[in-house]
Design a protein around this ligand. Structure first.
Ligand code: NAP
Length: 441
């Protein structure tokens, strides 16, 4: 039987998961592919580290040259993470005519376009299913299954760390700091969680998905990105009273004025299929012209879930090798993507949750209502709570009707400057869409 040689760069969580799936499913893979996939080298960094017994020591190398000089390596699979030397290694692999697979969304976000262009020019493939939503085949869905369709909107929960933290805050009333500490203890958050909690990890993934869904060039630097660090269990509780669940949402949708792409916390209806996606799970809800609504959900990270996506990419690229073809699928670089106008965040319209911390005195609610009215922000409902024994301020929660974000921002700026306002106003957007999409189709 024909054999295809591959090299794994990295034997951490995903590298080991990938190795084990290739070993444990070898017979199935052989039958599906009509060829054997053989791991010829595994590149690691730390010479002193002990390695799992099921990975033969003879495969381990510390030298990328060994891999590049082995003529029987046809596919290089990068699972090291980071920007350097991952980028250089992938460039060397591409330049030497190897197909490449990577799960490194940070690298693709920073240097993807250059890598894809080099691969196109060299006539080799780049696969990257593992880079977004772990084991969920969302990239495959956008590039292949929905190649016939026109995606109208994409709404995702694409970061397991923040979803875990928000789930813990909602279920246990934990503060953000306590929920983060627990996520770190359980291995759901990095020691430095900045990339996750700032929303930037979700933004990197969203931009990759949006570029495939809309054939558009979108970068995290050009979109609205807000994280979860200012959220409180109090907001989650008020939202719940009104029938909402709080999530970090990654959304991209076509609007008449341009593409609306953003990452921020949002209240979604408790009836939304996305509301049930909790802890480290991920999900993406697509709305497309022909199929209608469709939902993709599952484990968004982890050794075997991500490894399964990586191995599927390895099989795909091996199929292309066996058929003697490359470049069959669109890559998020020219000529497959082009520049499109992006909707400015102030122009977005939608309902909003506002929590005001104010002094407990007559006339405050009236002043707030009149500023909102003056700025064109229409009130849907109001909750008013007297100060709790431990607090020096009262709370007023307002749910608005559809409003222009720039108008909300102007009203909040004014209200925050009032003498009766005790703390900056909490603003959380409400996304009604994900709740009705599936139910209505
Ligand atoms: P990890 O556990 O930290 O493993 C990294 C591996 O790469 C280790 O084996 C390390 O070697 C090796 N490595 C790092 N730098 C190297 C260098 N300069 N030269 C040679 N080897 C080097 O990372 P991971 O969690 O598996 O993540 C790998 C990639 O998958 C990242 O891009 C990540 O974003 C992506 N990803 C991860 C997940 C997940 O659930 N973990 C999900 C989706 C995508 P040593 O063993 O010697 O330290």
């Amino acid at each position: 039987m024909k054999e295809i040689g591959i090299a794994l760069l990295g034997l951490g969580n995903v590298g080991l998961g990938t190795y084990r799936i290739l070993a444990n499913h070898a017979k199935d893979i052989e039958r599906r592919l009509g060829a054997r996939v053989r791991v010829r080298h595994v590149l690691v960094r730390n010479a002193g580290k002990s390695r799992p017994e099921d990975v033969p020591a003879s495969l381990i190398t510390h030298d990328m040259k060994t891999i590049l000089e082995d003529k029987d390596v046809s596919v290089v699979v990068e699972l090291m993470g980071g920007l350097s030397p991952s980028r250089e290694y992938l460039e060397q692999a591409i330049a030497s005519g190897r197909n490449v697979v990577t799960a490194n969304k940070a690298l693709l976000s920073a240097h993807g376009e250059a890598l894809y262009s080099k691969a196109l020019a060299r006539g080799v493939d780049v696969h990257f299913e593992g880079a977004v939503c772990g084991g969920i085949p969302i990239i495959r869905t956008l590039r292949e299954a929905l190649a016939s369709d026109r995606v109208e909107s994409l709404t995702g929960i694409v970061n397991g760390t923040t979803n875990f933290i928000l789930s813990a805050m909602a279920n246990e009333g934990a503060s953000y700091a306590d929920a983060l500490r627990r996520a770190q203890e359980l291995g759901y958050a990095e020691a430095d969680p900045t990339l996750d909690v700032s929303g930037m990890d979700a933004a990197q993934k969203l931009c990759l998905l949006a570029s495939l869904a809309f054939s558009a060039r979108v970068s995290p630097e050009s979109i609205l990105v807000e994280g979860i660090t200012s959220l409180t269990p109090t907001d989650i509780a008020y939202g719940r009273e009104a029938g909402y669940v709080l999530k970090l949402l990654a959304t991209a949708r076509r609007a008449p004025e341009g593409l609306d792409v953003r990452v921020h916390p949002a209240f979604i209806p408790a009836a939304s299929p996305l509301a049930d996606v909790s802890s480290a799970f991920n999900a993406v809800l697509l709305q497309s012209a022909a199929l209608g609504a469709s939902l993709y959900s599952g484990r968004g990270a982890g050794d075997l879930p991500t490894g399964s996506a990586v191995v599927s990419d390895i099989i795909d690229t091996c199929r292309n090798l066996l058929a003697g073809v490359s470049g069959r699928l669109p890559l998020p670089c020219p000529p497959h993507v082009h520049d499109v106008p992006l909707l400015s965040s102030g122009e977005r319209r939608g309902p909003v949750y506002l929590r005001f911390s104010v002094s407990d005195e007559p006339g405050v609610l009236g002043r707030i209502a009149s500023v909102l009215g003056e700025k064109g922000v229409s009130i849907n409902s109001v909750l008013q709570r007297p100060p709790r024994p431990a607090d020096s301020h009262a709370t007023i929660v307002v749910f608005t009707h559809d409003t222009r974000e720039a108008d909300v921002a102007a009203a909040v700026q004014w209200i925050d400057s009032l003498r009766s306002t005790r703390a900056p106003t909490q603003v959380i957007r409400i996304e009604e869409g994900p709740g009705v999409l599936l139910a209505s189709r």
